[in-house]
Design a protein around this ligand. Structure first.
Ligand SMILES: C[S@@+](CC[C@H](N)C(=O)[O-])C[C@H]1O[C@@H](n2cnc3c(N)ncnc32)[C@H](O)[C@@H]1O
Length: 226
């Protein structure tokens, strides 16, 4: 075990394969290749433009890929997904590689990140991925209206802010998903609960899940749109 990272000293490819297996995700050799290309390109671009704080392939696999993919059971039945504040594509693009049926829309205001996402989508020859370079606001979300079966985010917004951005974009019968760390801020949770009916959603629920390798746990907050 590498004491600094907490993972075994296995190669990134092996970490990915073991992690996917632990998550119960069966993927083809072509999907594994796509993840490794994504990792290489992210680190290559990162040397010139700052896209992520992570510097090693093992960290990208564990903290970006596997962390994003751990929520796949709550995404697999969705037909379309928007990822708000996706950064370098997390969790949306990682989920798309594992669940190729998804029609994915990535929303990101930063030019260098959107350029990277567009480049990668073409480089990996991905169908049904749209990158919108946009700073989403609640009024823009209302203007766009309910276009997506599911809307997701990680590490970008408080729960009340996410609700205000995501609910107008989510179709009736669809789902809003916010990936949180190991703990929830109680104040944010209560504020989001109080706002829920105003956004035509059912009361949110907290789903705890375990990350592969390391066994850390995380919380996912889920709203169903009425
Ligand atoms: C901390 S990063 C997280 C990136 C990615 N979701 C992840 O987990 O690695 C937050 C991202 O949200 C984007 N962002 C912030 N406000 C936004 C908004 N109103 N609409 C769309 N994206 C936004 C930022 O540009 C940034 O890339």
């Amino acid at each position: 075990m590498n004491r600094k990272t907490g993972y075994t000293t296995a190669a990134p490819q092996d970490l990915l394969i073991v992690g996917l297996e632990a998550l119960g995700l069966s993927t083809s050799p072509e999907t594994i290749r796509q993840f490794l290309v994504y990792c290489d390109e992210l680190l290559r671009w990162n040397a010139r433009v700052n896209l992520t704080g992570l510097k090693t392939a093992s960290d990208v696999v564990v903290k970006h890929f596997l962390d994003s993919l751990a929520v796949w059971p709550w995404v697999r039945d969705l037909t379309s997904l928007a990822d708000i504040g996706t950064g370098a594509g997390f969790p949306g693009l990682a989920l798309k590689l594992a669940l190729p049926h998804l029609h994915l829309t990535l929303l990101e205001p930063t030019g260098k990140k959107s350029t990277f996402l567009r480049y990668l989508t073409i480089h990996l020859n991905l169908a049904n991925v749209e990158v919108r370079q946009v700073y989403l606001t609640p009024s823009l979300a209302r203007q766009w209206g309910p276009q997506f079966h599911g809307v997701i985010t990680r590490a970008a917004f408080s729960l009340p802010r996410f609700l205000a951005l995501a609910a107008p974009l989510t179709q009736s019968g669809g789902r809003l998903l916010s990936l949180k760390g190991p703990q929830l801020d109680e104040e944010q949770w209560h504020e989001a609960m109080a706002l829920t009916s105003q956004y035509n959603c059912r009361e949110p629920r907290q789903q705890r899940y375990v990350l592969p390798l390391g066994q850390e746990s995380r919380l996912l907050v889920i709203w169903d749109k009425i």
